[in-house]
Design a binder for this molecule. Structure first.
Ligand code: F6R
Length: 609
């Protein structure tokens, strides 16, 4: 959802900005631009297209020479991707880059137009640039503060004032922003990977704080314009974690990182063979009291919640609702004291999930965040917090974050079931021990199924539409398989509860339509197989993901292609079974000539509604 960067130091600013933006391209990639102080003037170069298009333009028009500047990579919200709508945007004395959405930009635009201001772009950002310029009174901090009182919505801004060529300013409300520091230089960025090449030390800018960055250092004021001292943080990710490391794409790299990501996430949360989430603020006393659980999230994170529902209900025997955050927040949901609301989010900044968290708290529910990005808004605002320790996830399509979200859902369900005394300590130990074996099973699938999935992908590339089917946990999982495929391959697909097909959807099946069936739950496999037979007899091409045990029992000709995965405890099968679905989506996208790391129309961190 747009990446912003800024630099003050002694290096070639243009190079630093473009390099930093290359680490944020996952946030938006329909246009890019930079602005640099050159001999006291602000020089702006921007273009529609990817960062490579900006590089080419800089080569053609010449790089602005200077050591202080700001940059932007865009995911269009207001106005189509075009040169003129690209950031930075300027007023006469101010140039800015922006991530977020200004909700009252139309009123402000009208107000400024009546004051004689003219606009050249369709963006909400240009309105902010013009407002800053209109209100400018010689004091940048007071001007920024004055404007903030007028702005509604979310924003992280990098700001240059023409009169102050030795510094840049930054401010945020809702949208994330960090301020990186190193010897003689400082940075702003929407996310940590952008600055890792230069420093691992950074400050997290809080809502309504304003930062001033000069070569001598950074200073901060709070919303009352009082100087404040902030805690310096150190990123525990290194550069390598944010690079492709020899893989052609981040998506396949991150799929390969999953065994380690699961291990890293679960191992520190297991003590004496049992789950232990006390460090996350989760105690038996608290868990005992919850009478229901509601899981709220978006997209892939919501799918992790769907698996969580099956597992928690099965083990802890309390009702679990799963809700899409954008629905939950506008539905006057029934949650109150005594209910637990779990918010799952990789970025921890998804606008709808954050709003859902705040609503749940307002209604008196206890909130638990399951988040990957350290220090993100959702992580900071929830009552209890479990970090998924997946490391930076750069590909837009979530893989390793999802698998660690699943792992945490299992640990939480085990702990809740223990607290509710619906499973014995011995049974819980057995489940934990099975969970500890899952990273190896995932590694086995990566090592042994990739070639087969790559081959099957060649059979999917010309499909117009696909169905994913399964029952129970396999249905919950097929939702994620279907989303993964459509977001990177651009082939339409839907997931269906296998038993529901005959109530309408089966009429879609015709000759050659691919149907991907997931069957890992022994007690319902015969039912799923009947559904497979139904679609096969209507012409579907069936790809079956099932356990090796199930494959041995299969009658000849039931499926066209079978991907066998190792059998583990049935409850845990989704963690292993998602891997071939991810690999299948990846290769289908690549074979169709798509860049799976940057699917069209998508951005990694959805900080707007
Ligand atoms: C799909 C995907 C999205 C995200 C969703 C929520 O691969 O990544 O569906 O899961 O936008 O994002 P987070 O988890 O950051 O709240």
């Amino acid at each position: 959802m747009c990446g912003i960067v800024g630099y003050v130091g002694t290096k070639d600013c243009c190079d630093v900005l473009v390099n930093a933006l290359s680490k944020l391209e996952y946030r938006g990639y329909d246009s890019a631009g930079i602005a640099v102080f050159e001999n006291g003037e602000i020089e702006t170069v921007k273009t529609q297209g990817k960062l490579d298009d900006l590089r080419n333009k800089l080569d053609t028009v010449g790089k602005p020479q200077g050591h202080i500047g700001i940059g932007h990579t865009r995911w269009a919200t207001h106005g189509e991707p075009s040169d003129v709508n690209s950031h930075p945007h300027s007023g006469a004395r101010v140039t800015i880059v922006h991530n977020g959405i200004i909700e009252n930009y139309i009123e402000l635009k009208e107000y400024l137009t009546n004051k004689g201001r003219t606009f050249i772009s369709e963006t909400d950002t240009e309105v902010v640039a013009q407002l800053l310029d209109y209100k400018y009174n010689g004091d940048p901090i007071k001007t920024i503060d004055d404007c903030m009182a007028d702005l509604k919505g979310s924003f992280a801004l990098g700001i240059m004032f023409k009169d102050f060529p030795d510094r840049i300013f930054a401010v945020r409300r809702e949208s994330p922003l960090i301020v990186g520091v190193a010897e003689g230089e400082c940075f702003i960025a929407s996310d940590v990977p952008a600055i890792l090449k230069y420093t691992r030390d950074y400050y997290l800018l809080e809502h309504n704080e304003i930062a001033t960055l000069t070569a001598d250092g950074t200073s901060f004021v709070n919303e009352y314009l009082e100087p404040i001292t902030k805690e310096l943080k150190t990123a525990d990710w290194d550069m390598e974690a944010a690079e492709k490391g020899g893989y052609p794409h981040f998506m396949i790299k991150e799929i390969n990182e999953q065994p380690t990501a699961i291990k890293t996430t679960i191992t520190p949360r297991i003590k004496n063979g049992l789950p232990c989430l006390e460090e996350c603020g989760i105690t038996t006393e608290k868990l005992k009291k919850f009478k229901s659980v509601t899981i709220v999230a978006c997209g892939t994170a919501m799918h992790a919640g769907m698996v969580g529902k099956y597992v928690i209900e099965d083990l802890a025997r309390i009702p679990v609702n799963v809700d899409i955050a954008s629905e939950f927040r506008y539905r006057n949901p029934i949650v109150s004291e005594g209910d637990l609301v779990i918010i799952i989010s990789q970025s921890g900044e998804t606008a709808d999930s954050l709003a859902a968290l705040r609503l749940a708290k307002q209604k008196g529910a206890t909130t638990l965040a399951i988040v990957n990005a350290k220090g993100s808004s959702i992580a900071r605002e929830a009552d209890m917090l479990i970090y998924t320790l997946a490391g930076p996830e750069i590909a837009v399509a979530s893989t390793k974050a999802y698998i660690t979200q699943l792992s945490v859902m299992y640990l939480f369900a085990f702990e809740l079931a223990l607290a509710k005394e619906t499973v014995s300590s011995a049974e819980c130990k057995r489940l934990v021990s099975a969970l500890l074996k899952i990273p190896d099973a995932v590694q086995y699938v990566i090592d042994n199924c990739e070639e087969k999935c790559k081959f099957i992908a060649t059979k999917l590339i010309n499909a117009d539409s696909l169905l994913y089917i399964g029952r129970g946990l396999d249905y919950a999982l097929s939702m994620e398989g279907s989303l993964k495929l459509k977001e990177v391959s651009y082939i339409h697909s839907e997931s269906y509860a296998a038993g529901e097909l005959k109530h309408g959807t089966i009429s879609l099946i015709d000759d050659g339509m691919p149907v991907i069936a997931v069957a890992t739950q022994t007690d319902i496999i015969p039912k799923t197989i009947s559904n497979i037979v139904e679609v096969k007899s209507r012409g579907a091409k069936v790809i079956l993901v099932c356990t090796d045990a199930c494959a041995r029992e299969l009658k000849e000709g039931i499926a066209d292609y079978v991907v066998e995965i190792p059998h583990s405890d049935e409850l845990l099968m989704p963690i292993t079974a998602v891997v071939p679905l991810q690999i299948l989506a990846y290769y289908t996208a690549v074979d169709r000539g798509n860049n799976p790391d940057m699917p069209k129309n998508l951005a990694k961190s959805v900080t707007v509604e």
